[in-house]
Design a protein around this ligand. Sequence first.
Ligand SMILES: Cc1ncc(COP(=O)(O)O)c(C=O)c1O
Length: 421
Amino acid sequence: MCDLVYLQVTALCVYPELMKSPDFPEDTKEHARTILGGKCCGGGSLGAYSESVGVEVIRRHVAKYIEDRDGGIKCDYNNVILSGGASEAIKSVMELLNRPVDGKPVGVMVPIPQYPLYSATVAEFGMHQINYYLDEPRAWALDIPELARALEESRSTCIPRLLVVINPGNPTGSVLTRQNIEDIIKFAFENRLIIMADEVYQHNVYAADREFHSFKKVISEMGEPYNTMEMASFMSCSKGYMGECGLRGGYCELLNFDPKVKAMLFKMISAKLCSTVHGQAVMDCVVNPPKPGDPSYELYSQERDAVLSSLKERAALIAETFNSMEGFKCNQVQGAMYAFPQLELPEKAIEAAKAAGQAPDVFYAFQLLENTGICVVPGSGFGQRPGTYHFRTTILPQTPLLKEMLARMQEFHQTFIKKYQ
Ligand SMILES: Cc1ncc(COP(=O)(O)O)c(C=O)c1O
């Protein structure tokens, strides 16, 4: 992953003595000084607590990033909260909105397959998970009649309040079209649902016919009455070309939240003091990267472009390889970092799984691991239509390693099928 700039700037922030070193480009020093000098970065150190919602100058940079990304649509930094990874903000917003009514739990619409943070948080907070299935034959599109079905079926058991959309998708690798996003927004508006737009993979789009459209931009451009909807969107330094997942940086933008509700969220967050200030500094590097003409720009842009073009190559390679394997069907990896192929398992393999006390896809994943050392996550970890079997694998290994992994998988699969057919 591309990391030199992040490491240089954060190293300078952690140990400002390094400012004296000629090894650090001047713009990285300037950047570090901006962060450390930022209002709220107490005592010019990352080692001090920050304002609970995050260092003001970093929130301002996030707001500017959002405005530039969305073609100038206004973003008020007062609506931006910095967090220790997107996860922390996602959980805080879910906790905030978890207000059961007359003993009925709050319903959260979650895509299937989903990223397990959502099912885990729904369970932790005693909320109700409303599963809606993504449409695999249509490149994992989000189907509005399916949303309506799931919502109607849930009404007797919960108070539906949140609609989670992951775009680009984990584990599906899908990227929603603008039309699809507009339809989702209309659905949420008509059903008074708050959209939680998980957009942590916004830099990871590979398909030539797809681009990333933020929910904020689409809501804003749809105008009245949609542009008054409440929405929360989430971003992270863990993905993209950065991959700084251990440093725990993220942010959330709140749109149209009632000031009293927002105040309640800020109060909740303040009880946790603040998110890691180191992570906030990394987030600043993500939203405020070197500009053309800066000494670090060439290196930064080379690294960024190399990472993204390699991911794009690997995205194509993985889907092509799976589709060439008997019994596999894999949608194009349009974005994010994963492939989620469907595989047919012979009846005898399903029986062997039963005898081993495992779900068939879990059985397959264990066999793969034990025979090849390759670790994939069975589809049941994310949810899948009953009777279908998937696994998730990632495009993160470098191309030669990915090729080797796919070759080993192919060999394993042939042997597995022969054994159980
Ligand atoms: C869809 C999605 N949302 C959120 C996260 C969590 O991101 P973070 O590391 O910023 O907490 C992940 C991590 O894999 C993810 O895939």
